[in-house]
Design a protein around this ligand. Sequence first.
Ligand code: DC
Length: 209
Amino acid sequence: MIHIAIDGPAASGKTSLAHALARRFGCLLVETGKMYRAVALGVERGFTLDQIEITADHNGHTMLNGEDVSSLLQTPALDQASSKIATRPEVRERLVTLQQQIAAQRDVVMEGRDIGTVVLPHATVKLFLEASPQERAARRAGERDGAEFSAILTDIIARDLRDSTRAIAPLNPAIDAIIIDTDQKSLVEVICEAIDLVEVRLGGHRSSD
Ligand code: DC
């Protein structure tokens, strides 16, 4: 089974890299941030946590009470609300269980904050992406029409602080994670570097099987 874990702070390029690796290695892509965002969307819609059921369909799309909400989740309000709801132990427990159940059945590329440390501690390869807050804010501003750089930068810094200082599963590279600093690199360079790293790891796994 291939399990590729990708962690890193907000807007560090995890999703783009995860898409590329999932295609290259024939794995299901699981964006765990979307699951936290879907819980936050459920709360925004007036549901209590007990009334919210998050699942993933066979394409890895995120479902909120049976509705595919994948395309509704990338808003500034949900950036912050998901980061806040992700500090709650009962939310993390449920979503980590779901993520582990998905990975138990198939090859996955899973991206988030605690994949290498908590969700898939025995992953085939663990990558941790880094980039400065300024670089990440510039990338996010390019992705979201009309978004203002300084507002995005303020939001990213607030989210970094919350995600990395929370009591449970704070954002941290696993001890055996490979850290990729993406500041001076294009997306293509990062993808090529990651593919090489995964291939080396898979080669090692196969020859020692
Ligand atoms: O990756 P993202 O920006 O879509 O994640 C949204 C929030 O969800 C993030 O600020 C923190 C939380 N999150 C988490 O705590 N653990 C994960 N594995 C993924 C996301």
